[in-house]
Design a protein around this ligand. Structure first.
Ligand code: 0HH
Length: 172
């Protein structure tokens, strides 16, 4: 791959699963942080295919849509299964996680309201309700196992991540 740059708002949001994948793979990337003031100007929004972030650069190759970015990185880093059927199963699970993320987004922003993708969402649930996995040992073990992976652990405990807002609207 070329040099990686993630352009996103100063939150975990739809950037965090991408960041966790890269961190866990030992892959360096550049953070291009867009605050509200820059976004309000509208110039960047016009450049975005769907008028939204995240935007990801792999060298000269520019991608939008967080799940397309995750799949691109999964292919680049050999994380997309052994064959077309395994890739289809990964798509199925990730699409299910996306459905859950959309519901979570509604809860946080309106109503309040793959592996890395699910881990991010579960970690956020643990912020909202620390005991929510108490009766779900398989999921709790999953969170512990993944969070203990050395590179991912370093990332999860890094100052930069601790400082990063979870949602940006104070509702967590
Ligand atoms: N389907 C797209 C994807 O998966 C959805 C992208 C999307 O919803 O990539 N982008 C939103 C930002 S994610 C967007 O660009 C929601 C978190 C926003 C938190 C902002 C907090 C800022 C705090 C300083 N929205 C801007 C827009 O639509 O104009």
């Amino acid at each position: 791959p070329g040099e990686y740059t993630l352009t996103y708002f100063p939150v975990r949001g739809r950037g965090e699963a991408i960041r966790m994948l890269l961190a866990d793979q030992g892959q360096a990337w550049t953070e291009d942080v867009v605050n509200g003031e820059i976004w309000q100007k509208g110039d960047l929004k016009k450049l975005c295919v769907f008028g939204q972030l995240p935007r990801f650069q792999d060298g000269n190759f520019i991608l939008h849509q967080s799940n397309a970015i995750l799949r691109h990185l999964a292919r680049n880093h050999g994380l997309y299964g052994q064959d077309a059927k395994e890739a289809a199963l990964l798509d199925m699970v990730n699409d299910g996680v996306e459905d859950l993320r959309v519901k979570y987004g509604r809860l946080i922003y309106q109503n309040y309201e793959s592996d890395y993708n699910l881990l991010d969402l579960l970690l956020i649930h643990l912020v909202l309700a620390p005991n929510c996995l108490a009766s779900l040992p398989l999921l709790a073990g999953y969170v512990q196992r993944l969070s203990a992976r050395p590179l991912l652990k370093d990332f999860l405990e890094s100052d930069a991540r601790k400082k990063r807002l979870i949602n940006g609207n104070g509702k967590q």
